[in-house]
Design a protein around this ligand. Structure first.
Ligand code: ADP
Length: 267
């Protein structure tokens, strides 16, 4: 068992230019986030796994060639191969920004080691990740396209990785960093009159208008996230969705502050 483990998701909306659908890395956000992680780790002792979203580096090709729906025709194969190069580019940048702040990291490729069955993870060995955590090295994972026993291949969202790791590694805390302040009564990018939900449980799911993302996203945006996090809350693991585009929120959350966004809990 790993003590004080935090699983941090850095959303695609934060590390890329997701809203303009450009394969552009947001280095300014990445640098500040890496600095906040480094400061938090200097102040507090915790083990950390980072999962980053991929924005247009994954979703654009996945959507164009329906990679998330599984194999349908041979025109998808070249796109599948190309998407891996694109994801690697983004992942390398994320890793180097963290290393610049003297955070020791190791990148994992789920596509070469894990397996899906009908879009859900069925084979994912975590023993090596655990060993890296023993040395206080931060494993980095990301949304990916995986072989799928039923569909040929399909997409594994960063949000599904987060819940899987949190469950299997018994995480103490799950932080979902995105570009809005939390879960609102309606999409804050589309509606003006919205209310922030400070605590969210299965009970109030029906009161909300949860949609996907305003950007190209094949994994369900906020709706997909909540679905995953509710499953996690049923196992007694609480998570919080926070806005990490705003300075200092991430650092405070890593240092143990609660109530900075929306807490997802079982009841
Ligand atoms: P990320 O790329 O950071 O993982 P997503 O784009 O998948 O984030 O999901 C976050 C987006 O979900 C927000 O930018 C927002 O536009 C959208 N969204 C839809 N419905 C809601 C809601 N009820 N509350 C908050 N955000 C919502």
């Amino acid at each position: 068992m790993i003590k004080n483990l935090i699983i941090l998701k850095i959303g695609g909306s934060v590390v890329t230019d997701k809203k303009n659908d450009n394969e552009k890395i947001n280095r300014k956000n990445l640098k500040r986030i890496s600095q906040e992680i480094a400061r938090a780790r200097n102040e507090k002792n915790f083990a950390l796994v980072i999962v980053h979203g991929v924005g247009p580096f994954g979703h654009k090709l996945a959507k164009k060639f329906n990679l998330h729906k599984g194999y349908s025709n041979n025109s998808q194969i070249a796109a599948l191969s190309e998407i891996y190069s694109s994801l690697r580019k983004l992942n390398t940048e994320v890793e180097s920004c963290l290393k610049e702040q003297k955070i020791n990291t190791v990148s994992f490729k789920q596509s070469s080691a894990w397996l899906l069955e009908n879009k859900r993870l069925v084979h994912a060995d975590l023993s090596i990740i655990k060993r890296y955590l023993d040395f206080d090295i931060v494993p980095i994972l990301h949304g990916d396209v995986l072989m799928d026993t039923k569909l040929g291949f399909s997409v594994l969202s960063g949000d599904q990785i987060v819940t899987y790791l949190a469950k299997k590694l018994n995480a103490q805390k799950v932080i979902i960093g995105t570009d809005v302040d939390g879960v609102f009564s309606n999409d804050p990018k589309l509606e003006k009159d919205v209310r922030l939900i400070k605590t969210f449980s299965v009970k109030n799911k029906k009161d909300l208008n949860l949609t996907g993302s305003t950007a190209t996203d094949v994994t369900g945006g906020m709706k997909g996230k909540i679905g995953e996090l509710i499953e996690l809350s049923k196992l007694g693991i609480e998570s919080e969705i926070i806005n990490i585009v705003k300075p200092n929120i991430l650092k405070r959350s890593l240092c143990g502050h609660r109530g900075l966004g929306t807490i997802i809990k079982s009841n």
